[in-house]
Design a protein around this ligand. Structure first.
Ligand code: NAP
Ligand code: F7E
Length: 343
């Protein structure tokens, strides 16, 4: 008999990849869309017609309880969050409500609906919980036992979500797994995140629709993978007999600057850097035209300088491994945006 999944965050990047995966596997899928007139509802109807939409909000326990009663899911994937780190500094209270307490709301809704023994739960935890500070950088990268030191309201809220999920697993013997996922990107990534901002700008510059690209800190390093690979890991976590926490990462780290260089290379432009700090610019080596500038508005009050993950446990226990490498990810995103912007 086919399984049923309830997915929050269905309108987001991971929600779309996960819905595609679960649909291929024959699941009946319920997706939570918030708000009375959320324009993204249409996106779900058009791109994922197999998803049954339920209106609910992570800050409203009764709406979540109703969603659980309506869908009666075998698996509940909580992907919803205020997920932009920069934005979380601008609205830390809403971030705490949704990204942090929203997890507790989901777990209480499972109990209120009487489904704590029948519904497996996935919590979208994050590498932002580690913080990347000098004192706390394991040689092989962060694993499931590494020390947490979040550097943003988003990271702090996610850490609450991570620990309350752990507490419910230990207190009520519920099947709850947390995926500690490092950055994962792709064609469905929001334009507010740096990789998609770059791939989209590169495509627009190539098509003559944009003059240049403005960025903040280009020296931050991230462990970047492809979102399509990562949703497979989420699903595998809920297929295990015992719940547990797993890091999903590539084990490699690159700067934002390197992403910029590879993305422009995809359209035949070699970027050369001149100047330093806020005066630094990236020029087209052939024409000398300035294509990249620094805009301090994109700096954050506290930055995560370096993230590198150690996915050994997921590779061993789940048999999971990323398939798309870093140059492959950049290529995929620029190719997608060239088509997206041309149409
Ligand atoms: P995303 O594209 O920003 O999607 C976030 C989703 O949350 C959207 O569907 C959004 O709905 C929904 N949402 C926001 N507030 C809500 C509320 N109050 N009630 C119900 N839904 C709400 O994020 P993503 O990249 O797919 O990431 C999925 C999850 O993994 C997030 O929890 C994120 O924090 C976490 N994560 C992501 C990464 C990554 O690199 N992508 C890494 C680690 C962890 P609207 O469309 O209506 O706004
Ligand atoms: O920034 C720097 C920025 O916003 C990456 C979320 O999915 O992954 C994501 O969080 C880096 C940072 O992602 C710009 O300062 C420079 O150092 O793309 P991002 P993030 O903050 O790593 C984690 C794992 C999550 O859990 C989150 O939900 O790029 N950067 N210039 C910039 N970033 C942005 N957004 N825009 C710029 O112009």
């Amino acid at each position: 008999m086919s399984k049923t999944a309830l997915v929050t965050g269905i309108t987001g990047q991971d929600g779309r990849h996960l819905a595609e995966l679960l649909n291929e596997k024959g699941y009946k899928i319920y997706g939570i869309v918030r708000g009375q007139h959320n324009p993204k509802r249409r996106l779900v109807e058009e791109t994922m017609p197999y998803v049954n939409i339920i209106e609910a909000d992570l800050i409203d326990v009764s709406s979540l309880t109703r969603a659980l009663t309506l869908s009666d899911p075998d698996e509940f994937y909580n992907l919803a969050a205020i997920s932009h780190v920069g934005y979380s500094f601008k609205d830390p209270i809403l971030t705490a409500e949704v990204t942090g307490k929203g997890v507790l709301n989901c777990l209480e809704a499972i109990r209120l609906a009487g489904k704590e023994k029948t519904t497996k739960f996935y919590q979208a935890s994050t590498s932002e919980m580690f913080g990347g500070l000098d004192y706390n950088r394991p040689d092989k990268g962060y694993d499931e036992k590494a020390i947490f030191h979040p550097r943003s309201p988003y990271g702090v809220a996610k850490l609450y979500g991570h620990w309350i999920a752990t507490n419910y697993r230990e207190s009520y013997d519920m099947h709850i797994s947390c995926g500690i996922l490092f950055n994962h990107e792709g064609e469905y990534r929001g334009l507010e995140f740096v990789t998609r901002k770059i791939s989209n700008a590169v495509a627009r510059i190539k098509l003559g629709k944009q003059d240049h690209l403005e960025l903040g800190n280009m020296d931050a390093k991230r462990d970047w993978g492809y979102a399509g690979d990562y949703v497979e890991g989420m699903w595998r976590m809920l297929q295990q007999e015992k719940p547990d926490d797993y890091v999903l990462a590539t084990g490699e780290t690159y700067t934002v600057r390197h992403f910029v260089e590879l993305a422009f290379k995809e359209i035949g432009i070699e970027i050369v850097w001149e100047g330093s700090g806020v005066s630094e610019v990236g020029k087209d080596n052939d024409s000398g035209k300035v294509l990249v500038k620094i805009n301090p508005d994109f700096y954050r009050p506290a930055e995560v300088d370096l993230l590198l993950g150690d996915p050994s446990k997921a590779e061993k226990v789940l048999g999971w491994k990323r398939k798309v490498d870093f140059p492959g990810l950049v290529k995929k995103m620029v190719e997608y945006d060239l088509g997206f912007e041309a149409s």
